[in-house]
Design a protein around this ligand. Structure first.
Ligand code: NAD
Length: 264
C-alpha cells in the first residue's frame, strides 16, 4: 500500500472518546492530521487525552462536546470546526449506541435515540461538512456502519435499521459527489471488543451463568468464522487507507472487516 500522509488535513471523528473512534482518531493524528474529538466522558480524561495526542503526534487537537442526538449541537460543532480549522477534511461518522429487545418490547425512546445518534447525526455532519470539502475539492467521509448494515440479527431492530440506513446514505453521498475529490464509504465491522460490546458480553455471561471469558468466546463464535474480535487498530488502518490517493476511486463501498461474518 502506498504511504499516505494527512499532514495539514483536519479530521473530525464523532464518538472518539472511546473504542473504535478513539483508535481512528489516533491513527489520523499519527498521519499528521489535526483532530477534533467528540464524545462523552470524564472532562479531565478528555483533557488528558487531547494533551497526550498533541504531544505524541505534534498535531493540533480540539474537542467539541456536541450530543450527536441533537441537530442544533451538531450545527454548533460544525461551526466550531469551520472557525477553528477552516472546515473538516476527513469526517468519520462513528458515534453510536446499542439497545437490545424484541420489536414489540423495544422502548420508543430507545428507537428514537438509536436512529438519531447512529443514523441522522451522519446526515447532519455530512450536509454541513460538504460545502467546505467542495470548496477544496477534497474530502473523505467514512461512515462506521456494521455487519448489521448488511445483515440482521434478532433484538436489534433500531440498530440494524440505522446501520442499513447509513449504508444507503453512504451510496447517495458518494454518487452525488462522484465527479469531485470527495469520496464517501462505509466500514462494516464485525465484533470489536469495546465498551459497547462489553455490555453485551456481560449480559450474556449473566443470562447463561457463564464466565465473561466464555461469554466473549460464545458471542464471537456465533457470528465470526475467524473466532477472533476485530480490533480498533485494524479498522483504523482501513480508514487511513480510504483517505489515501490509492483509494480515490473507492466510492460508495460498504467494506466489511468482520472475520468472515457476512461471507456466510
Ligand atoms: P463505544 O461505546 O466504545 O464508543 C461510542 C462512542 O460514541 C463514545 O465515544 C461515546 O461517548 C460516543 N457517543 C455515544 N452517544 C453519543 C452522543 N449522543 N453524542 C456524542 N457521542 C456519543 O462503542 P464502539 O464499539 O467503539 O462503537 C463505535 C461505532 O462502531 C458505533 O457506531 C458502533 O455501532 C460501530 N460498531 C461497533 C461494533 C463493535 O463490535 N464494537 C461493531 C460494528 C460497528
Amino acid at each position: 500500500m502506498q504511504a499516505t500522509t494527512l499532514k495539514g488535513k483536519t479530521a473530525l471523528v464523532t464518538g472518539s472518546t472511546s473504542g473504535i473512534g478513539l483508535g481512528m482518531a489516533k491513527a489520523f493524528a499519527a498521519q499528521g492530521s489535526n483532530l477534533i474529538f467528540n464524545g462523552f466522558g470524564d472532562a479531565r480524561e478528555i483533557e488528558a487525552l487531547q494533551t497526550s495526542v498533541k504531544q505524541e503526534y505534534g498535531v493540533q487537537v480540539a474537542y467539541h462536546n456536541a450530543d450527536m442526538s441533537k441537530p442544533s449541537e451538531i450545527e454548533a460543532m460544525m461551526r466550531f470546526a469551520e472557525e477553528k480549522f477552516g472546515g473538516v477534511d476527513i469526517l468519520v461518522n462513528n458515534a453510536g449506541i446499542q439497545y437490545v429487545a424484541n420489536v414489540e418490547d423495544f422502548p420508543v425512546e430507545k428507537w428514537d435515540a438509536i436512529i438519531a445518534i447512529n443514523l441522522s447525526s451522519a446526515f447532519h455532519t455530512t450536509r454541513l461538512a460538504l460545502p467546505s470539502m467542495k470548496r477544496k475539492n477534497w474530502g473523505r467521509i467514512i461512515n462506521i456502519a456494521s455487519a448489521h448494515g448488511l445483515v440482521g440479527s434478532v433484538q436489534k431492530s433500531a440498530y440494524v435499521a440505522a446501520k442499513h440506513g447509513i449504508v444507503g446514505l453512504t451510496k447517495v453521498t458518494a454518487l452525488e459527489n462522484a465527479h469531485t475529490g470527495i469520496t464517501c464509504n462505509a466500514i462494516c465491522p464485525g465484533w470489536v471488543l469495546t465498551p459497547l460490546v462489553q455490555k453485551q458480553v456481560d449480559a450474556r455471561a449473566a443470562q447463561q451463568g457463564i464466565s465473561v471469558e466464555e461469554a466473549k468466546k460464545g458471542l464471537v463464535a456465533e457470528k465470526q468464522p475467524s473466532g477472533e474480535f476485530v480490533t480498533p487498530e485494524q479498522l483504523a488502518g482501513l480508514a487511513v487507507f480510504l483517505c489515501s490517493d490509492a483509494a480515490s476511486q473507492v466510492r460508495g463501498a460498504a467494506w466489511s472487516m468482520d472475520g468472515g461474518w457476512t461471507a456466510q
